[in-house]
Ligand binder design. Sequence first.
Ligand code: 5GP
Ligand code: MG
Length: 175
Amino acid sequence: MKVLLTEEQVRAGVEGLARKIEELYQGKPLTMVGVLIGSIVLLADLIRRISIPLRVELVQARRYWGQVRRPGPMAVDLEVLAAAVRERHVLLVDDIFDTGQTIAELIPMLDELDPLSIRTAVLLRKQGRSQVDFQPDLVAFDIPDVFVVGYGLDYKDMYRNLPYVAALEPDELAA
Ligand code: 5GP
Ligand code: MG
């Protein structure tokens, strides 16, 4: 395992996101919507650095097992979510923007609920991987195309609790 972003670097990146969010949403009704499970660490740190009022919701996207994408439940309680985004600005928060498919699936679903606006914030964006025609609005770090864990990101449900972001070596991924 090779450390890609130290705890200190992650903290600075999260702080940068928080300042931009305060600027963008000052005086506006904001609901931050975290994508389970990977965004929870970012979300928890991020909201504590933001001083403007905000609401928090969570949505579940499809899941990965290791590196393989499995169609999972889109476990979203639409009624709860609808109430949380109605007449409010939505900021979708995820750990990493890779192909963009997760966010591409979630945005139309949120859009149906007719919020005032929708933007996306991620801690990490993998370079050269996007398969969609949009980019996240707020990105803390651009990283190379490696499989990363830590700070909410898992490999087979492990490593989410690491306080830093690390790249797994090919032999660790094979194991
Ligand atoms: P996308 O839909 O943009 O391809 O992928 C986004 C989701 O895939 C992330 O929320 C995350 O769950 C997972 N993912 C993508 N790349 C990585 C990675 O390098 N490591 C881990 N642990 N998960 C990743
Ligand atoms: Mg995820």
